[in-house]
Design a protein. Structure first.
Length: 404
């Protein structure tokens, strides 16, 4: 079965000499034994099970039994329909939550313990013995309203994200027919202009982006946004010609900056690691995030879609690429980096009179701030549980040794 490599599209590889028996391979590499048969002049499909949970010998046995029923004029899928119907009437929320954690969250999410905590204290405590098939949209809305009423509106958003993933998991496994979370919006929308990620949210984003269903290049773009704190248009337009890795510098030309002034960005070790990986697949034009056409690169819209479509996967309330930049600025302020130095990192225009005569690049100040910021992010990612902000602030401090 190892030779059945995934392709761009879903495909079925048919077994030679066995009419209708095949293996369906998805782009993500999932392999399932399937049976295609004709009944009353119509093509029908029956899925026996996924490999490797179902072995080849068991698939052959299922195939033989199904073929016998087809030849007898019976529909072999009727047993599956009956069994699935019985399953849907017996699985409780407690059982579903346990299955979700063991079979979905643990294999895919480093932050699965946070999902488990939310389900334990807010979902199982309320619905545990209830049948999953009996939970309605009204029930979900009532749960969220209760969390908001106790003064935790943001936690209500987090709970909705986890509950939605759990019910989507149940739909995928045919435990329920439809998700009761369909079209339910987060009860406490956060304004984009005020949105920034907490240290715990940084940890969650940086860990969950690794398993998000987006391209490797898109994952690196999102991480580089956070490590450099530059505008998304500047990051996705990064070109080999702008980089000096020997000096650990990225010089954004004036025509690509908002204030039309060239901007020097010191590169942290974390940023350099990402850039070196991207350079291996840079386009002929030198773009590190090439687009589909020549002389083209990734778009801001693509970055925004990658975040918006994966909010449930991240387990976070709505945020935008620009909010990652605001996150860095906000957290640097919390770590006592002076506003002047933060503005130099972000390339904000200095409108003071003195700025007219000041052409100093402030490379050392910017490097100290960005190195501190990237260490903050790395410590968040390395944290196994909630990030202790006080401990982290004592451990990591802004050290501008070059100052008098």
């Amino acid at each position: 079965m190892k030779f059945l490599a995934p392709g761009v599209k879903r495909r079925v590889v048919w077994a030679q000499g066995l009419k209708g028996l095949g293996v369906r391979v998805t782009p993500k590499g999932t392999k399932s034994f399937v049976f295609k048969y004709d009944l009353d002049g119509r093509d029908r499909w029956l899925t026996f099970g996924q490999y490797p949970r179902m072995k080849l010998a068991e698939a052959f046995q299922k195939y033989g039994e199904a073929l016998d029923k087809v030849e007898a004029g019976e529909d072999p899928a009727e047993d599956n329909v009956r069994l699935n119907a019985e399953k849907r009437t017996t699985v409780t929320i407690k059982q579903l939550a346990d299955d979700y954690i063991e079979k979905y969250a643990k294999p895919r999410k480093r932050t699965w313990e946070e999902d488990e905590r939310i389900l334990k204290y807010d979902v199982i405590a309320r619905w545990g013995p209830k049948r999953a098939s009996k939970i309605t949209r009204r029930d979900v809305i009532g749960l969220l309203d209760e969390i908001v009423a106790r003064g935790a509106p943001v936690q209500a958003n987090r709970t909705l994200a986890v509950v939605r993933r759990m019910f989507n998991f149940a739909v995928d496994r045919d435990v329920i027919m439809t998700s009761p979370c369909h079209r339910i919006k987060p009860p406490s929308p956060e304004k984009s202009k005020d949105r920034h990620l907490s240290l715990d949210e940084i940890r969650r984003f940086m860990t969950e982006v690794e398993t998000a269903p987006i391209t490797k290049r898109m994952k690196l773009a999102l991480k580089l946004l956070l490590f450099t704190l530059q505008r998304s248009s500047e990051v996705i337009g990064m070109n080999r010609s702008e980089l000096n890795l020997r000096e650990k510098l990225w010089i954004i030309p004036a025509e690509r900056t908002k204030n039309k002034k060239a901007h020097l960005v010191p590169l942290s070790p974390q940023a350099i690691t990402i850039i070196k990986e991207l350079l291996r697949t840079a386009s002929e034009d030198g773009f590190l995030f090439p687009g589909e056409g020549k002389g083209d690169h990734l778009t801001n819209a693509a970055l925004s879609r990658a975040i918006k479509r994966n909010l449930d996967h991240f387990g976070l309330s709505a945020f935008t690429p620009h909010d990652l930049r605001r996150t860095g600025a906000t957290q640097l302020a919390a770590f006592k980096v002076p506003r002047f130095d933060r503005d130099r990192v972000l390339n904000h225009t200095d409108r003071s009179i003195g700025a007219v005569y000041d052409v100093h690049e402030y490379e050392e100040e910017k490097r100290a701030a960005l190195d501190l910021w990237c260490d903050v992010v790395s410590h968040c990612v390395a944290s196994r549980g909630r990030v202790n902000a006080k401990t982290l602030k004592k451990k990591l401090k802004y050290r501008a040794y070059f100052r008098a």
